[in-house]
Design a binder for this molecule. Structure first.
Ligand code: ADP
Length: 370
C-alpha cells in the first residue's frame, strides 16, 4: 500500500488514478498531520510526500516519521516544485527521504522510481526473512550442541562405573591365577591392554565434558619431568609393543605443574605418534629447556598432516577426515592437550609434512605461574 500526500485534492486524484491503473493499492492524505496519523495506524510500503503544504510541510512529516520505530523505515519520495535548489535535495535526504521528483510530475519517471523502491523493499523483506530463519537455525543448533554435550557427560559417567568394576574383577582374576596358569595369564595381559585403552577413551570423554562445562581442574606441584615422561613411555610401549620410543635431549628439570595432566598430554602425543605411524615404528621424544621454559616434543615418520589442516589440529572434534575410517579416534585428544597446556600458560604447536611425518610440541614455563 502506497500513501499519497498532497494538500491539493486534484493532484491527489490524478496521481492516485495513475497508480491504481498500474495495480498499486493507494491511500491518500490531504495534510502532513493526516499523513502522520495514517502512517502510524497502518503499515505503508512507500510514502509519496508533497514538500510544500500548509501546516506541517513534507520535511517535517518525514522527520516525525523517523521518530517512530513503526514508521522510520518507510521509504519516502518527495514531490517538489523547487527542483533547482540543492539545499532542498539535501534536506530531503537528511529527513529520511529515499528519492525526490520535481513538479509537474512526469508520471513515467515516478512509476520507475516507485518500481525501484518496491523492488528494494521486497528484497529487504526477503533478507529479513532469511535473517529470522538463520537466527532460528543457530538457536536450534546451539540447543542440539548443548544436548549432545549433556549426553556425552552422562554417557562418560555411566561408562566409568562399570569400567571400574571390570578393572577390579580383572585384578581379582589375576590374583587367583595359579603359578603355571600361563594361558590364562596371557589372556589377562591382553585384557589389561584393552582395559587401559578403554580407560583412556572414557577419561578423554570425562575431560572433554569437564572442559566444556568449565570444570577442568589443575592442581600444581613441583616434580621432575623425566620420571613422568618415562611413565608415559612405558604405558604407550605396553599398549603398542611393536614400536621403539627413543629419548633424545635429556632435560631432567623440575617443573611446577599438574603432574597427572602433563603426563596425560605426553601420553596423548606419544599414542598419536604411534597410531598415525603404521609403517614407521620409531618415535623420538625430546626434552629441552630454553628461555625459562620446558619444551617437549614427539616426532614420528607417519602419515603427517597437510599445512591447511595443521591450523585446526588442536580444535575441538577436529579429525583430518581423509583417513577417518583407517584410524580410530574421537578428535578430542589434542583439544584436551591444548586446554591443559593453556591452563599452564603454555603453548602447543605442530610441525608436519603430509606423507613424511609430524613433530608435536608443547612448552610451559619452568617456574611458578598461576
Ligand atoms: P583422534 O586421534 O582421536 O582423532 P586427536 O585430537 O588426538 O584425536 O587428533 C586430532 C587429529 O589430528 C587426528 O584425527 C589426526 O588426524 C591428527 N593427528 C594427531 N596426531 C597426529 C600425528 N602424530 N600424525 C598425523 N596426524 C595426527
Amino acid at each position: 500500500m502506497i500513501l499519497l500526500v498532497d494538500d491539493i485534492p486534484e493532484n491527489l486524484l490524478s496521481l492516485s488514478s495513475h497508480l491504481k491503473a498500474h495495480n498499486y493499492a493507494v491511500e491518500t492524505a490531504l495534510s502532513g498531520e493526516d499523513a502522520l496519523k495514517k502512517a502510524l495506524k497502518q503499515p505503508f510500503e512507500l510514502i509519496i510526500l508533497d514538500v510544500q503544504m500548509p501546516g506541517m510541510d513534507g520535511f517535517e512529516v518525514a522527520e516525525a516519521l523517523l521518530g517512530y520505530s513503526k514508521t522510520k523505515k518507510i521509504p519516502i519520495i518527495f514531490l517538489s516544485a523547487n527542483y533547482k535548489d540543492t539545499s532542498f535535495i539535501k534536506k530531503g535526504y537528511q529527513s529520511g527521504g529515499t528519492d525526490y521528483i520535481t513538479k509537474p510530475v512526469d508520471i513515467d519517471v515516478l512509476l520507475l522510481k516507485i518500481g525501484a523502491v518496491c523492488k528494494a523493499q521486497e528484497q529487504l523483506r526477503k533478507l529479513s526473512k532469511m535473517k529470522d530463519q538463520l537466527e532460528k537455525e543457530v538457536e536450534k543448533r546451539k540447543l542440539a550442541e548443548k544436548k549432545k554435550d549433556e549426553l556425552l557427560t552422562v554417557a562418560s559417567h555411566e561408562l566409568k562405573t562399570p569400567l571400574t568394576s571390570i578393572r577390579g574383577y580383572h585384578e581379582l582374576a589375576r590374583r587367583s591365577l595359579g603359578k603355571d596358569d600361563n594361558e590364562s595369564r596371557k589372556y589377562l595381559d591382553r585384557e589389561a591392554v584393552q582395559i587401559s585403552k578403554l580407560s583412556l577413551l572414557v577419561n578423554g570423554l570425562l575431560d572433554y565434558s569437564a572442559i566444556e562445562n568449565g570444570m577442568m581442574k589443575v592442581s600444581k606441584s613441583s616434580f621432575g619431568i623425566l620420571a613422568v615422561v618415562n611413565d608415559a613411555i612405558r604405558l604407550v610401549q605396553d599398549l603398542f609393543p611393536g614400536y621403539r620410543i627413543i629419548k633424545a635431549g635429556m632435560a631432567d628439570v623440575s617443573i611446577y605443574a599438574d603432574r597427572l595432566r602433563i603426563e596425560q598430554v605426553v601420553t596423548s602425543y606419544l599414542s598419536n605418534a604411534v597410531k598415525y605411524s603404521p609403517d614407521h615404528k620409531e618415535v623420538i621424544v625430546t626434552l629441552a629447556v630454553s628461555a625459562g621454559r620446558f619444551i617437549f616434543s614427539v616426532k614420528d615418520k607417519g602419515i603427517g598432516i597437510s599445512a591447511a589442516k595443521t591450523r585446526q589440529i588442536f580444535d575441538k572434534l577436529y579429525r583430518a577426515d581423509d583417513h577417518f575410517f583407517r584410524f580410530q579416534g574421537m578428535g578430542i585428544g589434542l583439544y584436551i592437550c591444548h586446554k591443559i597446556i593453556k591452563s599452564h600458560q603454555g603453548k602447543c604447536w605442530v610441525s608436519s609434512e603430509e606423507g613424511k611425518g609430524s613433530e608435536f610440541f608443547f612448552s610451559i614455563p619452568l617456574g611458578m605461574t598461576e
